[in-house]
Design a protein around this ligand. Structure first.
Ligand code: RIB
Length: 308
């Protein structure tokens, strides 16, 4: 069984369904409110577990009502929480999410997630040494992210860095990653590009000249563009009915980690299929598919990779 370690955040998502996004200073009547498990780290852990991996999560929760609920949910997915701390003096992380027309807006309050440390990552040394791949994102403090990248490199375990939410990082850190999985905005931030509208293949090709590691650019319904060595490749997306795109990027990164051993082209194709399936239900984790569902979608829809 593939072993995945996720180092990352755990949030309770406070989700409001609205007819549209409110403008500054405007009050809107929403349609529904739900509390749902989320956080980029927890989402990636759940997605990897549903895809059949053995998963451990290194993170932090508050010992409050949200924290207890989130912990139970992760345990029910079979995720090893022996390296997740439950803090008595801190609230659990939250994300206020508005969903309108299949799109979302998110504000995260890290709370306990801000207490994940480099030492905590080092303590998970033995766990990481046994892993096939490690996933890390940017919703925890940067010293913990750096420690994950350095430990992965020292142990020879591939680390997939999902650089979300967007922030610039030292190029030396990127060189430690097996690959990064940004969206368009995150890629522009990461590589210090002026434009965030990376819509043309030429923009991607040009940016890739200064990428210090392989990049897999997620493009929502359009699929992904990636470059390992040589020319960039386009993997078209899969056609699905979108209800809520929250967690689609997390599903993508998780699937990439689970299928990484098959090589980037196959892993990216499966990641695109898994991410497409994940948008079919409300909530970050509700739509995350099992391996058989991904296989069925791949069998149903031909999406040959290439460049247009
Ligand atoms: O990537 C989606 C996640 O971002 C949400 O679940 C929310 O918690 C924020 O962390």
């Amino acid at each position: 069984m593939t072993r995945i370690v996720v180092v990352g955040s755990i949030n309770m998502d406070l989700v409001t369904l609205a007819p549209r996004f409110a403008g500054a200073g405007e009050t809107l009547l929403g349609e529904r409110f739900l509390t749902l498990p989320g956080g980029k780290g927890a989402n990636q852990a759940v997605a990897a577990a549903r895809l059949g991996a053995e998963v451990a999560l290194v993170g932090a929760l508050g010992n409050d009502a949200f924290g207890q609920q989130l912990r139970q949910g992760l345990l029910a997915e079979g995720i090893d929480l022996s390296h997740t701390r439950q803090l008595d003096d801190c609230a659990s992380g939250t994300a206020s999410i508005t969903v309108a027309g299949g799109e979302n807006q998110i504000v995260v309050v890290p709370a306990a997630n801000a207490r994940v440390t480099a030492t905590q990552v080092e303590r998970a040394h033995a766990l990481i040494a046994r892993a096939d791949a490690v996933l890390v994102q940017l919703e925890i403090p940067l010293p913990a992210v750096e420690a994950t990248l350095r430990l992965g490199q020292r142990l020879g375990v591939p680390v997939i860095l999902n650089p979300a939410p967007a922030q610039p990082l030292p190029p030396a850190w990127l060189r430690l990653a097996r690959c990064v999985t940004p969206n368009q905005h995150e890629l522009a931030t990461l590589l210090g590009a002026d434009r965030t509208d990376l819509t043309a293949p030429e923009d991607f090709r040009a940016l890739m000249q200064r990428a210090p590691c392989p990049v897999v650019l997620t493009r929502g319904a359009e699929g992904a563009w990636y470059r390992e060595q040589g020319a960039p490749i386009q993997q078209p997306g899969f056609r699905v009915e979108a209800v809520d795109s929250t967690g689609a990027g997390d599903t993508f990164s998780a699937a990439l980690a689970v299928f990484l051993a098959q090589g980037l082209p196959l892993a990216v194709r499966q990641a695109c299929a898994a991410a497409a399936l994940s948008v079919g239900r409300l909530g970050a984790q509700a739509g995350m598919p099992r391996q058989a569902e991904v296989a069925a979608l791949l069998a149903r829809q031909e999406t040959p990779a290439g460049w247009r």
